[in-house]
Write a protein that binds this ligand. Structure first.
Ligand SMILES: [Zn+2]
Length: 186
């Protein structure tokens, strides 16, 4: 009996080794893969009083001639900022025009960055869950007033946060949810 068990264990081990070897030699696929749809639906709101004040992609001199790389939420200094998804804090730092920032890695190449913060409640390496308070809103960096600049990066490329928030907080392209009415029409 023991011998048969041992043989089975060895066979299972060889099979696992074979699978590992095959996986190692499969071509890289990360570059072209879209983000899994289920990841979009995990996104939580970064503030409780959602009042959008600038869209992703807006042009103008304010952003140095480049399109706006995030979505802005108006609010008072000190308002709570929440993690938009589960993840691990990658960086807490002061970054020029962004002011005080937090960046969180969410896996699958997805990251979120929160800018212009007045204070932070987390440090690099901390594990956070969607909805955890991570910071307070502020006006650090280049701003015209207190607000949150939320950036969603997919493999390092800024992507419209509205698409992620809409997927998790439903409405449709033709009928945006109430929280987005002022900026996206209703
Ligand atoms: Zn912004």
């Amino acid at each position: 009996m023991v011998d048969i068990f041992v043989v089975r264990m060895i066979r299972a081990g060889l099979f696992a080794l074979l699978l590992t070897t095959l996986a190692a030699f499969s071509p890289p696929s990360a570059q072209a893969d879209p983000l899994p749809r289920e990841r979009m639906a995990e996104i939580a709101m970064p503030t409780s009083l959602v009042k959008l004040s600038a869209k992703f992609g807006e042009g103008g001199s304010y952003w140095g001639g480049t399109p706006h790389s995030g979505l802005d939420f108006d609010g008072d200094t000190g308002a709570a900022i929440f993690a938009v998804a589960d993840g691990i804090v990658r960086e807490v730092s002061i970054r020029g025009t962004y002011g005080r920032t937090i960046t969180i890695n969410h896996g699958d190449g997805l990251a979120s960055m929160y800018a212009h913060l007045s204070s932070t409640d987390v440090k690099a390496g901390d594990q956070v869950s969607a909805g955890d308070r991570i910071a307070r809103m502020g006006a650090t960096g280049k701003v015209s007033g207190s607000h949150l600049h939320l950036e969603i990066q997919v493999r390092g490329v800024p992507t419209d946060p509205y698409d992620f928030l809409l997927a998790a907080n439903p409405g449709s392209a033709s009928a945006p949810p109430a929280w987005a009415c002022r900026m996206y029409g209703c």
